[in-house]
Design a protein around this ligand. Structure first.
Ligand SMILES: [Zn+2]
Length: 239
């Protein structure tokens, strides 16, 4: 299968579904990680272009750990808008990845870029397969099935299914650790004791408690017409 995850910022996919992506990759599926914004405000010290370049490098290193393809969409951080050029670009990303399964942000996540990325991805699902919706790539032949990723901090998100990521947890952690620039940024914005790695570990553990395993990632299904799949598409669910 082809698997596509779309995150708003570099590091979001790692926090919310990298374990699941690692499981897909290890099972031989093609994994594509698309990052909507370039992280160009994510530094307490560096100029915008410099931090964007750093973050792209960090993101590529993370993708390389599981052999995932990176689509760097390069929208400005904090300014993702639900407008025609954005949707056209998202349609192109879906056409390039040609996914069977997609992971998108929950529509109630904390950050506007997350909410917009989730909404535009969901809205791009059908037009990606419509021939006369013309973008830079031709239409694909199938409509992908979608799952919502957990919210940051698990706020107001009740998973419907959990993927046991215990076997790949260290790999997920290494992927997140590629985003070295983000710990200093998180501390500058959210307080000295905020570590993105600690937050991810706490979340994976608490979702693991709920699932009865060591570490887990939680998901909800995007329920909409047409019905294109089921939980059986998640790693560990198809048996
Ligand atoms: Zn984010």
């Amino acid at each position: 299968m082809n698997i596509l995850a779309i995150g708003a910022h570099p590091d979001d996919i790692e926090c919310l579904c990298a374990g699941t992506l690692a499981l897909y990759a290890q099972a031989g599926h093609r994994v594509v990680m698309a990052v909507a914004t370039n992280g160009n405000v994510g530094s307490p010290t560096l100029p915008s272009e410099e931090i964007a370049a750093v973050r792209r490098k960090e993101q590529q290193a993370s993708c390389d750990l599981i052999g995932a393809e990176l689509i760097w969409m390069n929208f400005d951080d904090e300014w993702l808008m639900n407008e025609r050029p954005t949707r056209e670009r998202f349609i192109d990303v879906i056409r390039q990845a040609d996914p069977d399964v997609m992971f998108i942000h929950s529509l109630n996540d904390y950050h506007p870029d997350h909410r917009i990325a989730g909404q535009v991805a969901e809205d791009a699902r059908i037009p990606a397969s419509v021939r006369l919706v013309e973008t830079s790539l031709p239409a694909i032949g199938k409509i992908p099935h979608m799952f919502y990723m957990d919210t940051v901090g698990s706020v107001d998100f009740q998973p419907e299914a959990y993927v046991d990521i215990s076997p790949v947890f260290e790999l997920k952690k290494r992927m997140l650790l590629c985003h070295e620039s983000q710990d200093s940024w998180m501390r500058a914005v959210y307080g000295e004791d905020t570590s993105i790695t600690d937050m991810m570990i706490d979340q994976a553990r608490s979702r693991g408690h709920a699932a009865g395993v060591r570490y887990a990632e939680g998901f909800r299904e995007v329920r909409t017409y047409p019905r294109t799949g089921s939980w059986a598409l998640l790693p560990g669910f198809g048996k």
